[in-house]
Design a binder for this molecule. Structure first.
Ligand code: ADP
Length: 295
């Protein structure tokens, strides 16, 4: 269990990236969803002991993470947003090297670990190739392989599917879902599908604050009967945005499909729809924006 209490961080330029964040994250996959700039990376990097907070605490199974970062690091697997690779090193050689750094000094044991990870991430056939020559999807799978060295109890993946094509993303989802229910896996992303497909629990981070938290199905239920759709022309959009609480709009065949949040049917040809996680996400973020504008 990971317990984050009242975590705040303001950067030197005055940006408040985390504003009193509290979260309890149980074992299994946990989705942290939020738009760009929400503070996700700041939170992930703080949990991964790569940077400090101004205020608050983080506890992982009894370890005070901010006071004893080294203790946490021995149990941590981290896939950062961008990770550098040595240009000419093969995946196998690099995993071996990283396993030594993680303290697996026995040669036989290390070989077993490295080959096991190459199999698990479906990279055994290309293990001799330089990681720098890999496609985006292969690189991310390699990123998971390196994060899994040493049986971490806490795994953090920061924006892992950004830039992957649908097939690669699917493969990556399957890999993540196999990691297991006995460790804490935090998946930070701005892609709603990642969370909808994989995470039994989630939170939405917006402007440095936790704006929603729970099981995706539970968050969706809260919107039941409150989302309405209508196809309108592009020219009508500004008027609709000022009259209704438009939570999302999507261009389809030259028209705009708008989703509006309202307790009652707004009439005017709006139809009820069953909300999904995307509606939850946009509804949460839109209300955050409205509050910020009103303040
Ligand atoms: P996300 O990962 O959700 O996109 P970040 O944690 O990267 O969010 O950023 C949150 C906010 O903090 C943004 O406004 C970003 O510009 C700002 N920020 C991030 N890192 C720094 C930094 N090192 N110095 C100053 N501002 C930063």
């Amino acid at each position: 269990m990971l317990e984050i209490r009242n975590l705040s961080k303001t950067y030197g330029n005055g940006v408040k990236a985390l504003d009193d964040v509290s979260l309890s994250i149980p074992k299994g996959m946990f989705g942290l969803l939020g738009p760009n700039g929400a503070g996700k990376s700041t939170l992930m990097r703080t949990i991964a002991t790569l940077q400090n907070a101004d205020k608050g605490s983080i506890d992982f199974n009894g370890i005070d993470v901010l006071k004893h970062p080294a203790k946490l690091r021995s149990q941590l697997g981290y896939l950062p947003q961008d990770f550098g690779v040595y240009p000419r090193m093969s995946a196998r050689a690099m995993l071996d090297h990283l396993a030594i750094l993680k303290g697996i000094s026995d040669n036989k044991e290390r070989k077993r670990v490295v080959e096991g990870l190459l199999e698990q991430t479906n990279l055994a056939k290309v293990a001799k190739k330089a990681v720098a020559s890999y496609s985006g999807g292969m690189r991310q799978r390699f990123g998971i392989a390196q994060a899994l060295i040493g049986d971490p109890q806490l795994i953090i993946v920061d924006e892992p599917t950004a830039g992957l094509d649908p097939e690669e993303r699917n493969r990556f989802h399957n890999l993540l879902s196999e990691i297991g229910e006995n460790v804490v896996v935090i998946l930070s992303t701005h892609i709603v599908e990642d969370v909808a497909d994989l995470c039994p629990r989630m939170a939405i981070l917006n402007q440095g604050q936790i704006a929603a938290e729970g099981a995706p199905a539970e968050l969706i239920t809260r919107l039941d009967g409150k989302v309405w759709k209508k196809r309108i022309s592009k020219a009508e959009l500004p008027a609709y945005r000022s009259r209704y609480n438009v939570i999302s709009m999507r261009l389809t065949q030259g028209e705009v499909l708008v989703h509006v949040e309202a307790d009652e049917n707004p009439g005017e040809g709006f139809e009820a729809i069953a909300p999904d996680l995307e509606d939850v996400y946009f509804s949460t973020i839109t209300s955050g924006r409205a509050e910020a504008e009103a303040a």
